[in-house]
Design a binder for this molecule. Structure first.
Ligand code: PLP
Length: 370
């Protein structure tokens, strides 16, 4: 792999030299004070990201706990749902893409699920969610930034509904947190989930959860999957440890990645992600391409990822186009599930510079011409 190969996939994203160096340090025991110091740094940095993800870095939470799990975001999603819902509980799952659907599938294994479903790429109709949420609803699941379609979903409006009915609100901020606004308390979020390898610009293999004080009161650890018992994770995290062996190099990489975010500052980081996604959208439109999906007055494009409809010459069979791009040292992603062959997706999550954005645009443009 050439050293300057540029990953513009929506995760994993490129790692800084500091993160890579941290991951190759000599091993320590996960029960050592050295490891506790690493986890503490990761928690401090994550507290900052979870609690200050606004354009002015105003505090967005009245208190909660940042946890790191040995496992990607899917594990974090399952941990959140399985700790808040019993098998007889009703979970309302809002689905308008692959990751909303994943939440519903996870919840199917732990509770009684009502899906509020929209076509992938359609905005969430909040009135339809209102019809589904009632005082019997225990948990509502929602994806903030739907990575499969490039749409930003109305987390606040759905959060208001969950709060009105005293339901717990679990939000997947996997491809927004660390790159876009995320307001824990204003949006009534009880548990937020993100991934190391996305906008945090850390390694794949670890996910992070923010468990609000409100959520803690509802966590029933003993009924949760053993490895994902959040009550246990919360108790161990007080001494900056995990219940089981921690993925030490990944925790180290994550600790450095979140410290780098604090150095940049969330407000500047969010503004940079917005500039860069706007630049990608403008460049693709200037090439005559159509962004995916068509927007209507209820939908908003993601600030961390751009989806584009494949033009006729490559529609249905994009393999050659994708290889042209990767031969030029850049990697992007195609569509997922039934959107395969219909769209391509370009991420601007993490620590991209303007030079990276220009290189991405130039490479994709040249690959159409090739
Ligand atoms: N949620 C969203 C919005 C995602 O984009 C992804 C991965 O792309 C996930 C959840 C699941 O992440 P993982 O496959 O790393 O568990």
């Amino acid at each position: 792999m050439r050293e300057d190969f540029l990953l513009l996939n929506p995760g994993p994203v490129p790692l800084s030299d500091d993160v890579r160096t941290a991951m190759s340090e000599p091993m320590v025991s996960h029960r050592s004070s050295e490891f506790e110091a690493v986890y503490e740094r990761a928690q401090d940095g994550l507290d900052y990201v979870f609690e200050r993800s606004t354009l002015d870095e105003a505090e967005t939470s009245a208190g909660g706990t940042s946890l790191v799990l040995n496992g990607t975001a899917t594990m974090g999603m399952e941990a959140a749902v399985a700790n808040l819902a019993d098998e007889d509980d009703e979970v309302v799952a809002v689905v308008n893409g692959k990751f909303g659907r994943r939440f519903a599938r996870i919840a199917d294994r732990h509770a009684d699920v009502t899906r509020v479903e929209f076509d992938w790429g359609s905005p969430v109709d909040v009135d339809a969610v209102a019809d589904a949420v009632s005082d019997d609803t225990a948990v509502v699941t929602m994806v903030h930034n739907e990575t499969s379609t490039g749409l930003l979903n109305p987390v606040e409006a759905v959060g208001e509904l969950a709060a009105e009915h005293d339901a717990r609100y679990v939000v997947d901020g996997v491809t927004s947190i660390g790159g876009d606004e995320f307001r824990i308390d204003d949006w009534y979020v009880d548990i937020a989930i993100t991934d190391g390898q996305k906008a945090l610009a850390g390694p794949p293999g670890v996910s992070a959860l923010y468990v609000s004080k409100r959520a803690e009161a509802h966590i029933e650890g003993e009924d949760a999957p053993f490895y994902e018992d959040l009550d246990w994770h919360l108790r161990k995290s007080e001494s900056h440890q995990t219940p089981f062996t921690s993925a030490v190099p990944l925790f180290r990489g994550l600790a450095v990645a979140v410290e780098d975010i604090r150095h940049e500052g969330m407000s500047e980081r969010i503004a940079r992600h917005r500039r860069q996604s706007a630049a990608f959208r403008a460049a693709f439109e200037a090439m005559g391409l159509d962004l995916f999906p068509d927007l209507n007055e209820h939908s908003t494009y993601s600030n961390t990822l751009t989806a584009v409809s494949l033009p006729n010459e490559v529609y249905g069979d994009p393999d050659e186009f994708m290889s042209e791009i990767s031969e030029r040292g850049v990697s992007i992603s195609g569509g997922q599930a039934h959107l395969g062959g219909q769209i391509f997706r370009v991420s601007n999550m993490g620590n991209l510079t303007s030079e990276h954005v220009l290189r991405g645009v130039r490479t994709i443009g040249e690959s159409f011409d090739a």
